[in-house]
Design a protein around this ligand. Structure first.
Ligand code: MEV
Length: 427
């Protein structure tokens, strides 16, 4: 998906088979989709006590243009309207030139906790003086990564408490590792364990925990979108979105929901591509609270003739290793995305997050969220009531128009459509 347009008009109206044809999915790819991307034997080796596999809808969001390149954005999510909302918002962003992404190098940090540190300042000096030795130990642990151009790149000591404090002397050492295209949890945890004993010797202390931090704030992604006011539906809508952003900036209760809307897009991409979405979630919320106040990850401002949105968040994702090794569906999703590196995938996930946020704020600042949600939810209800084929859309349209998106109403409408009353006109 590198040189084709992600703008495919009417895609959502087509039957699933036709959508697959349009994306030129070969026979083996269809088999992957049919099995949910995971067979039972593979699943049994992925986690413990396996009973089966659990499926979720797998879709692509359209219209995404990121750094001048079109991408299909794979999404796995149970919530109706996430894919449609992201696609609609991406279409608006496209009118302003698309999403622009910047990202940090793929650096993750191992945390080694040192306890019973009698002299934290001396410990920090000794560890910093032994930086080259610590890097050598770390590099020996991740030789393959070093051969691919990654490896240890930073060392940082932080004194968390002093000997006279209730917790005693405690120092934490961050060993920062460039993980290239891997998410890097295993690499970084290995480094933490490889260097811990030597760090404790240098600090004259005891080793505590040795584990990565999910607050991967050295691996942030920043994405920007600028939408012409006219494309949004006018100045009132643009002002409404900027005001909604201010609400989230002033109120943690609103910021939590605002950020949930962002994570609707981000998580859907991460699940589709087999990434650790819990890690990204943990990092996102810790990052949102880094100032001591919980803040929105994305903000929107009015600029000359346009509305501009900016999102910044940690994004620890990989395009090699992890679940991608065994999950054929995740590999297919990655291939469809056209992301050639972890950095590119991070940009796509962040763009999906910003698009989801824009769609939510636009709906909230105008007609409210329920109308759009309800018309999509109506399709789920229609299907659950037994509608199939084109009856799904007909039942959904009718119960949505009636404002009665309930199973009983859907069943009644379905019954009527299936058995229309024929009135005989006697002449
Ligand atoms: C629902 O999944 C997400 C929203 O609540 C996000 C928001 O309020 O910004 C609509």
């Amino acid at each position: 998906m590198s040189d084709r347009s992600s703008r495919i008009s009417g895609f959502y109206k087509l039957p699933v088979e036709r959508r697959r044809e349009i994306l030129s999915l070969a026979r083996d790819r269809l088999d992957v989709l049919a099995s949910g991307g995971l067979d039972i034997g593979t699943a049994d080796h992925m986690i413990e006590n396996v009973l089966g596999v659990f499926a979720l809808p797998f879709a692509v969001a359209l219209n995404f243009r990121v750094d001048g390149k079109d991408h299909l954005v794979p999404m796995v999510v149970e919530e109706p309207s996430v894919v449609a909302a992201a696609s609609n918002a991406a279409r608006l962003v496209r009118l302003g030139g698309g999403f622009a992404v910047e990202h940090d190098p793929p650096v993750m940090a191992a945390q080694v906790q040192l306890v019973d540190v009698a002299d934290p300042d001396a410990a920090v000096l000794a560890i910093e003086a032994a930086r080259a030795e610590i890097f050598a130990l770390a590099a020996a642990e991740v030789e393959g990564l070093c051969a691919r151009g990654g490896g240890p790149v930073g060392l940082r000591c932080r004194v968390l408490s002093r000997p006279a404090d209730p917790d005693g002397g405690m120092v934490v050492v961050h060993v920062e590792v460039d993980c290239r295209d891997a998410m890097g949890a295993n690499l970084v945890n290995g480094v933490a364990e490889a260097v811990a004993d030597r760090l404790a010797e240098l600090a004259r202390a005891r080793v505590g925990l040795r584990i990565l931090t999910n607050l991967s704030d050295r691996r942030c992604v920043r994405v920007r979108a600028r939408i012409p006011v006219d494309a949004l539906g006018g100045a009132t809508v643009a002002d409404g979105i900027a005001a909604a952003s201010r609400f989230a900036e002033l109120d943690a209760y609103r910021a939590a929901t605002h950020n949930k809307g962002i994570m609707n897009g981000v998580d859907a991409v991460l699940v589709a591509t087999g990434n650790d979405w819990r890690g990204v979630e943990a990092g996102a919320h810790a990052f949102a609270a880094r100032s001591g106040r919980y803040l929105p990850l994305a903000v929107w401002r009015r600029v000359e003739g346009a509305l501009e949105g900016r999102l910044e968040m940690p994004m620890a994702v990989g395009t090699v290793g992890g679940a991608l090794r065994c999950h054929a569906g995740a590999r297919l999703a990655l291939e469809l995305s056209g992301a050639a590196s972890a950095a590119e995938l991070a940009g796509l996930a962040a763009a999906a997050g910003l698009a989801s946020n824009l769609a939510a704020l636009r709906a909230l600042a105008t007609e409210g969220i329920q109308r759009g949600h309800m018309s999509l939810h109506a399709r789920v209800v229609a299907r659950a009531a037994g509608a199939t084929g084109d009856l799904v859309d007909r039942v959904a349209a009718e119960i949505a128009a009636l404002g009665d998106v309930k199973p009983e109403r859907a069943r009644a409408v379905l019954d009527r459509l299936r058995h229309p009353v024929v009135t005989e006109v006697v002449k």
